[in-house]
Design a protein around this ligand. Structure first.
Ligand SMILES: Cc1cc2nc3c(=O)[nH]c(=O)nc-3n(C[C@H](O)[C@H](O)[C@H](O)COP(=O)(O)OP(=O)(O)OC[C@H]3O[C@@H](n4cnc5c(N)ncnc54)[C@H](O)[C@@H]3O)c2cc1C
Length: 437
């Protein structure tokens, strides 16, 4: 992969704009960097890399309306902490907080919740530096087409400088995690998704048990703990034991063993599945949504129509045991409500997300190819920041607003200043007459 010829660390909007103009003057492409947590080369550039790690923090907050304006380089970890100080929170989050806000939005990062959308559905307005260096604001009321495109814009439309989020009052989540036979989970999938604010499950491909996670909001005013609600916060030592030792150190050891002796993987995988245990605890929302992930892996994730989930899981259960290269990591299933953001993986349909993983260093190609062939049958849409092989033809068929996105891109970035190889794969090259926008 080509390295950037220039690296900039702007500290102001004027410096971001100047960096884009300078890149144009030198005929170079330019790309904003997030935290580098995508599994695709979506952030890569052979031109100018804009590191926004000096462009962080909340700049305005209205605790009555929940509207909060945040500089785009702020990590979710910092944002969650700063929002907590204001008595506010994001309504839904994914399972790590290392991403920058703009990086997470630009790839369609999501958490789980049948009645909730991904992070981009929480955005009210965006400020962007466009390819000509101009700064524009867009929202549902002002430049609505640019807004519908830029909420999940893949970094293709400009550099997001600020994001105005609609936040909610801080809330407590009660977490209930327990092993349940996977057949039972699949039978009850719709009712589990409907009955819980945030429902997900993990399933180890050779095991019979799934780990079901149900996170539900504690009604406002009801405090967790021995005298309020029945479930207490997890003590620090137990948090360390369960999240660091069991889920990272012990699981990492099993993975290394599996990589050294692949024939052992199905047995190790069943061992991980059998070792799943129950726990209940309550905590401030982001401490429940987010867990440490230190074991390295590769990942692909597809969004499928909710009603197709049973077919996809059924095929994985049937076909994964036949793969020559065994699979060490669990499959993760989450849900989201339909939304209307043009390149959202949940555009226009209630969605189930199926994420597959493989431990780093183990062969994954045949597994990921198998997965792509299964989800292709049910119009699966790939997560923009996770591994997939789809190109323009297929993506146009999957996204009803795909051509509108490309039209807006051609309007605001006619020279593909923000282009890179990944965008050429998924959006085509607007500079090639054979591939018109
Ligand atoms: C361990 C792990 C767990 C994960 N968990 C989840 C999860 O629970 N849910 C989920 O949906 N995804 C998840 N992901 C994927 C992750 O959320 C996305 O890949 C996300 O984009 C990474 O954010 P980043 O800040 O690292 O962005 P990067 O990967 O650095 O960049 C992503 C894109 O954003 C663009 N970008 C960054 N800043 C700007 C800006 N200011 N203006 C315009 N474009 C910009 C970049 O150019 C690039 O196109 C996970 C990834 C990992 C590694």
């Amino acid at each position: 992969m080509a390295a950037p010829v220039r690296w900039c660390q702007p500290r102001t909007e004027a410096e971001i704009s100047a960096a884009v103009k300078d890149a144009a003057a030198d005929g170079l492409p330019v790309r904003a960097l997030g935290s580098g947590h995508s599994f695709t080369s979506i952030a890569a550039t052979a031109g100018v890399a804009l590191d926004l790690s000096r462009w962080t923090g909340i700049t305005a907050a209205d605790t009555q309306t929940g509207l909060v304006t945040v500089r785009s380089g702020t990590t979710l970890r910092t944002l969650n902490a700063e929002l907590g100080g204001l008595g506010l929170a994001m309504a839904n989050l994914g399972d790590i907080d290392a991403q920058t806000l703009a990086g997470a939005l630009s790839t369609g990062t999501h958490g789980t919740g049948a009645g909730l959308g991904g992070l981009a559905t929480q955005v009210e307005a965006l400020d962007l530096v466009l390819a000509d260096g101009s700064l524009v604001t867009c929202s549902a009321a002002s430049r609505p087409e640019l807004f519908a495109a830029a909420q999940i814009g893949l970094g293709a439309l400009g550099v997001i400088t600020s994001v105005t989020l609609r936040c909610v009052p801080s809330f407590t989540l009660v977490a209930d995690e327990r092993p349940v036979p996977v057949d039972e989970v699949l039978e009850q999938f719709d009712s589990l998704a409907a009955a819980n604010d945030h429902f997900e499950f993990y399933w180890f491909p050779y095991g019979r048990q799934a780990l079901v996670k149900r996170n539900n909001r504690l009604p406002a005013g009801l405090a967790p703990g021995p005298h309020g609600q029945a479930v207490a916060a997890m003590p620090g030592w137990r948090r360390f034991w369960e999240f660091e030792v069991m889920e990272n150190t012990a699981f990492g050891t099993l993975c290394r063993l599996g990589r050294a002796r692949p024939p052992l993987i199905p047995a190790l995988n069943r061992l991980s599945s059998a070792a799943l245990s129950s726990r209940s605890y309550a905590d401030v929302s982001h401490r429940v949504f987010v867990t440490p992930r230190r074991v390295r892996f590769v990942e692909s994730e597809y969004a499928v129509p909710r009603e197709s989930l049973l077919h996809v899981l059924g095929e994985l259960r049937r076909q994964v045991p036949r793969l020559a290269d065994p699979v060490m990591f669990p499959v993760e299933v989450r849900v989201a409500a339909a939304d209307d953001i043009w390149l959202s993986t949940a555009y226009g349909r209630d969605t189930a997300y199926v994420a597959i993983h493989q431990y780093t260093g183990l062969p994954y190609r045949s597994y990921f190819d198998l997965f792509e062939s299964i989800v292709a049958d049910v119009a699966g849409r790939p997560h923009w920041g996770k591994m997939h092989t789809l190109g323009t033809g297929r993506l146009r068929a999957l996204y009803p607003r795909y051509d509108e996105f490309r039209r807006v891109r051609a309007e605001v970035d006619p020279e593909a200043r923000f282009g890179n190889a990944y965008l050429t794969q998924v959006l085509g090259d607007p500079l090639r007459p054979a591939d018109p926008p």
